[in-house]
Ligand binder design. Structure first.
Ligand code: NDP
Length: 452
């Protein structure tokens, strides 16, 4: 048995029952880097495969806070500092009821390779809590964030570990978290990214993941002589990633016909653009409302309790490009089959691990363009990296400067993934290429730094 197969088997045996998402992520990455094993005996000698699946450090803690009725509430907090070989740990914080250690470990593991792919010096980490900001008052969210940071502040710092947002952690939460950090540490440094511009954030960070997703999609299409322009697009979700993906897709001349939230899906065949898009953005970003309101206001179809992919499958609606941007494992095999049978030409992942392994198999067998999350959605962490650089230099770049860098980084990621896919015998397979390119950088650093 190869070393890689042995490590996969061990991770499955140890975490198969308790941390299925982590096992899924490890299996996907390690399976796809198998072509590396033979070519690089130095990685075997240095025990890289065994070491890379173990987090450097896992921090779990209690968060106690008081709700508006005076009840004492307790939540669980996590920070997984997974791999710091190439730079400070970097990765978002997720606040959602379903958060557990396995989910944070899967996200932290993926982040290692994604961050390496950007070409910036960032290690991989992730964190969060089973706290759900939905339905809480601003004051409750603030008290929670201060309590969360009263523990986390001792583990992070601009050259140690730099958290950012993720699901449930947007501008409001980042503000409170950074406010707490500043108070506890008495310093104003780049130790959290996703900050507002007024107190040290980078312009374009809110837009970065969604815009980057479209830059990456355009790059994939252009190598097949195609373009986003004029295409029919399905986006799932209506959060940070989804909204800016819709905005950029509109700007590039595509028509976005689907969006969703955790309660249901809207289908607007005329396109979610102009005033309708402005309404959706205000509804989800500022008012934190339900997407159903869009359907009621504009008299379009609403599918309660159904995902975008359920609707596409059931109703047989054709789209050219699918941009899953809500959450993990939203596209299953039968959804992928429906997409392919209806003629989809590209799937690019805005969310982390939105496609199950079986769905990915369908894309690859069909030969459609597939942009895996760690390449396609790396724009967010890339601009977070640029925010760290700006903070370290105590300056702030213009929107145009950041956008230009983001475009270059997305092109660089595409090139790295494509070149690695060719060099390791899977030409054009961006999933294999992205995993290998990210892995090589980290593995070389781990070897160079010695056994630790
Ligand atoms: P947000 O919290 O801003 O938005 C998440 C969206 O997805 C919301 O519309 C939410 O619905 C919906 N959603 C969440 N969970 C589910 C579920 N189980 N079923 C159906 N819909 C769901 O998060 P982001 O946009 O920041 O993140 C979305 C994805 O992108 C995540 O996988 C995240 O890890 C990934 N990502 C985010 C980056 C970033 O920069 N923000 C960077 C790279 C990846 P509702 O409104 O009802 O809650």
């Amino acid at each position: 048995m190869s070393k890689i197969s042995e490590v996969i088997a061990r991770v499955k045996e140890t975490y198969g029952k308790t941390e299925p998402e982590f096992v899924q992520a490890v299996t996907e990455v390690l399976e796809s880097i198998k072509p590396v094993e033979e070519k690089h005996p130095e990685f075997l000698r240095a025990g890289v495969y065994d070491r890379i699946v173990e987090p450097d450090r896992v921090i779990m803690f209690k968060i106690t806070w008081e709700d508006d009725e005076g009840n004492i509430r307790v939540n669980r907090g996590y920070r997984v500092e997974f791999n710091g070989a190439i730079g400070p740990y970097k990765g978002g914080l997720r606040f959602r009821k379903s958060v557990n250690l396995g989910i944070i470990k899967f996200l932290g593991f993926e982040q290692i390779f994604k961050n390496a792919l950007t070409g910036l010096p960032m290690g991989g980490g992730k964190g969060g809590s089973d706290f759900d900001p939905k339905g809480k008052s601003d004051n409750e969210v603030m008290r929670f964030c201060y309590s969360f940071m009263s523990e986390l502040f001792r583990h992070i710092g601009p050259y140690t570990d730099v958290p950012a947002g993720d699901i449930g952690v947007g501008a409001r939460e980042i503000g409170y978290l950074y406010g707490a950090y500043k108070k506890f540490k008495n310093e104003h440094t780049g130790s959290i990214t996703g900050k507002a511009y007024e107190y040290g954030g980078s312009l374009m960070r809110p837009e970065a993941t969604g815009y980057g997703l479209l830059y990456f999609t355009e790059e994939m299409l252009s190598h097949r002589g195609k373009s986003v322009k004029g295409k029919i697009v399905a986006v799932s979700g209506s959060g940070n990633v989804a909204l800016y993906a819709i905005e950029k897709a509109n700007e590039m001349g595509a028509k976005v016909v689907f969006a969703s939230d955790s309660k249901g899906t809207i289908y607007d065949p005329a396109g979610i653009s102009g005033e309708k898009f402005a309404f959706l953005k205000d509804l989800k970003e500022r008012r934190r409302g339900r997407i159903k309101e869009y359907a009621e206001k504009y008299n379009v179809a609403y599918f309660e309790g159904k995902s975008v992919w359920d609707v596409i499958k059931k109703e047989g609606i054709k789209v050219d490009i699918a941009l899953p941007s809500a959450t993990q494992n939203e596209i299953h095999r039968e959804h992928a089959e429906a997409l392919v049978n209806l003629g989809v030409i590209a799937v690019a992942e805005g969310a982390n691990m939105p496609s199950t392994p079986e769905a990915i198999e369908v894309y690859r067998d069909a030969g459609i363009l597939y942009g895996p999350a760690k390449a396609a959605n790396a724009g967010g962490v890339a601009v977070s990296g640029l925010e760290m650089s700006q903070n370290a230099m105590l300056l702030q770049w213009t929107k145009e400067e950041v956008d230009e860098r983001l475009r270059k980084i997305m092109k660089h990621i595409y090139r790295e993934a494509m070149d690695a896919s060719v060099a390791y015998g899977h030409p054009g397979d961006l999933m294999v290429g992205a995993n290998i390119a990210g892995f090589l950088k980290v593995a070389r650093a781990m070897v160079a730094l010695g056994i630790f």
